[in-house]
Design a protein around this ligand. Structure first.
Ligand SMILES: [Zn+2]
Length: 200
């Protein structure tokens, strides 16, 4: 049986989603990978999206994704017992994310360690690294990030977290959150300052 359809994978997803809300991180159920259709699928009948996306729509334009985020264990158990949703973290609420390519991550991580600014870090198999920081409640775009393929995720955005399958490949932790809350996050502005120095 394909990993995407195994009970063990579903158990891992549920347990991670529960840990997220226990740590105070809201989660969004995301379209899941179908190994048969070779695309992401969701349970919204009118949805045609094949890539990763929140499975909470249809979302009216300009609606804040945070409205759809699940914050309580019962809601998470209810959702993940229905489908093997990918785990998406809506950013800009509790945490923001700075997404960087591997070339920048290799320089950024040692610099962040020296500055004691390392939180949970995930790695997508596309060699993109997901550095978590404190939430800013700021909008996604920031003109500073027009280069180096650095993508900031703030209010209104989301990222796929482990152990979800993203385009059929497992998202993994480079640095996992601690077994028990609190999941301390490095200060967003501090991380951006180090990033500026490391990749410029
Ligand atoms: Zn969909």
């Amino acid at each position: 049986m394909h990993w995407a359809r195994s009970n063990r994978y579903r158990r891992e997803l549920l347990s991670t989603a529960r840990r997220c809300v226990a740590a105070g991180w809201p989660v969004l159920p995301g379209a899941w990978w179908s190994p048969i259709k070779r695309r992401h699928v969701c349970d919204i009948p009118t949805c045609l999206a094949a890539g990763p996306h929140p499975s909470v729509g249809p979302i009216p334009q300009d609606t804040d994704l945070a409205v759809y985020a699940l914050c309580h264990e019962e809601a998470v158990v209810d959702a993940w017992s229905r489908h093997p949703y990918s785990i998406l973290i809506p950013t800009g609420i509790v945490c923001d994310v700075v997404e960087v390519p591997d070339s920048a991550a290799a320089r950024l991580l040692p610099a962040l360690r020296r500055a004691h600014l390392v939180g949970p870090i995930a790695r997508h198999q596309s060699q993109r690294f997901i550095f978590t920081t404190t939430g800013s409640r700021l909008d996604v775009t920031d003109p500073w990030f027009g280069h180096n393929r650095v993508v900031p995720h703030g209010r209104g955005s989301w990222v796929t977290m482990p152990p979800s399958l993203l385009d059929g490949r497992r998202v993994e932790w480079l640095i996992p959150p601690p077994p028990r809350p609190p999941w301390r996050l490095p200060d967003r502005d501090g991380v951006l300052e180090v990033l500026t120095a490391a990749v410029s």
